[in-house]
Design a protein around this ligand. Structure first.
Ligand SMILES: [Zn+2]
Length: 403
């Protein structure tokens, strides 16, 4: 046993030629997919790095077989699409068990015909209402009022955005509140998606760090307070998936599909600093409901997310675009969703394809195993209890939006 383990370890560390073949895949990743802005690809033989072995093989110590070179040495990570041989139960769930409010979707239709098509899909899959995070103000917002909620009362609810012009002028705080009230009077029921991935909510990458407008900035105090007065929840996306702050090299957690979101090496706050900015905002404005998007970008660390939910009663989260966090840790995720069901709303943030909705129902409602997810990961169904599904799909949203 010991002998075999030593042999494997030696192979992994590149002291024998046997294991090199199985490692080609990772090498190709680093060489063929350079980071867009930062050179994170020193010509390095990763196989000689003990950390590489530890991360790739963990306590298995190596591939466990006598790996050898072959045609897969030229396969790129971005092309790798393993066909599973697993034969197991596959459940098709055409329609959600309870009517669903999708609390995180953007404008996915431009014409009345496209909207009609969207409504047909909503009917087929069981979406009762779509909360459209328009991010718009002014005339663009007004046009969406006509296109969506006015055309289909009760089926579409519309969020407005935030005036982000001339943020350094002294009248900004007053202006941003004025436009909020105007949109509210036109029918806006929430605000967002307000996004700060490090460059502030304007996303202006040319502003220096001392001039960016983060959510905890005093210039926004009156705005958040007005959201509370008007009972308008705010969908706030602060930070991003933590892997964005790590280099695009062999250790990058997410697949190349996500590399354009990478923030590594940019002159912006760290992931942890951004989460702190969100928490300070929650603390400063306890009467404002903040829906922290995408599992609060903490879906990878549910314990920390639980601590935040326990500490800030005005913090809510949506599940949108984090199916891959939920599906890869089904037991911990199910426990979390059950415990915090009154603080979590359902969201998609993807297309309006029928199958996109239906795969969500499979994830939440069935106990199917090892089905295709995103990021190249496989998911496991959560089989949530019926009352939890009902709360996650609709009841929490009904409560916080006073529907
Ligand atoms: Zn987002």
């Amino acid at each position: 046993m010991t002998k075999r383990r030593d042999f494997i370890k030696k192979s992994v560390l590149g002291t024998g030629s046997i294991a090199i073949g199985s490692m080609g895949l990772s090498c190709k990743y680093s060489i063929s997919n350079p980071a867009p802005t930062v050179d994170t690809h020193p010509k390095k033989d990763w196989h000689t790095d003990p950390e590489w072995s530890k991360i790739k093989y963990g306590d298995w110590g190596g591939p466990g077989v006598s790996a050898g070179p072959g045609p897969m040495d030229t396969v790129l990570v971005k092309d790798y699409a393993p066909r599973s041989s697993v034969v197991t139960k596959e459940t098709f769930v055409p329609k959600a068990k309870y009517p669903v409010i999708d609390c995180h979707i953007h404008v996915l239709a431009k014409t009345p015909e496209e909207v009609a098509e969207w409504v047909r899909t909503m009917d087929e899959v069981g979406i009762e209402k779509s909360m459209v995070l328009s991010e718009e103000t002014g005339a663009a917002f007004d046009a969406l009022v006509d296109l969506l909620p006015k055309a289909y009362p009760g089926r579409f609810l519309l969020y407005c955005g935030m005036d982000m012009t001339d943020i350094e002028k002294p009248d900004y705080s007053e202006r941003v509140v004025g436009e909020l009230v105007r949109c509210y009077n036109k029918g806006a029921c929430g605000v967002g998606e307000i996004i700060d991935k490090g460059f502030g909510i304007t996303g202006n990458t040319s502003l220096t760090r001392d001039r960016t407008l983060h959510p905890d900035d005093p210039r926004l105090d009156a705005f958040w307070e007005k959201c509370a007065d008007l009972k308008m929840p705010v969908s706030l996306h602060v930070a991003d998936h933590p892997s964005c702050w790590t280099p695009l090299d062999v250790y990058q957690e997410r697949s190349p599909d996500y590399q354009h979101f990478n923030q590594f090496g940019k002159d912006i706050p760290s992931y942890d600093e951004l989460i702190e900015i969100r928490n300070r905002t929650l603390e400063k404005h306890p009467d404002t409901i903040f829906i922290s998007c995408h599992m609060g970008n903490q879906g990878h660390d549910l314990e920390k997310l639980s601590l935040a939910l326990d500490k800030y009663p005005n913090l809510y989260i949506d599940t949108s675009a984090r199916d891959y966090e939920i599906g890869r840790t089904p037991r911990a995720s199910a426990r979390f969703l059950i415990k915090y069901k009154n603080r979590i709303v359902f969201g998609t943030d993807q297309s309006r394809d029928k199958s996109m909705y239906q795969i969500h129902w499979r994830l939440y409602e069935t106990d199917d195993e090892y089905f295709v997810g995103r990021v190249g990961w496989r998911y496991y169904g959560l089989e949530l209890p019926e009352p939890v599904l009902k709360t996650l799909y609709r009841d929490t949203a009904n409560r916080i939006f006073n529907l």
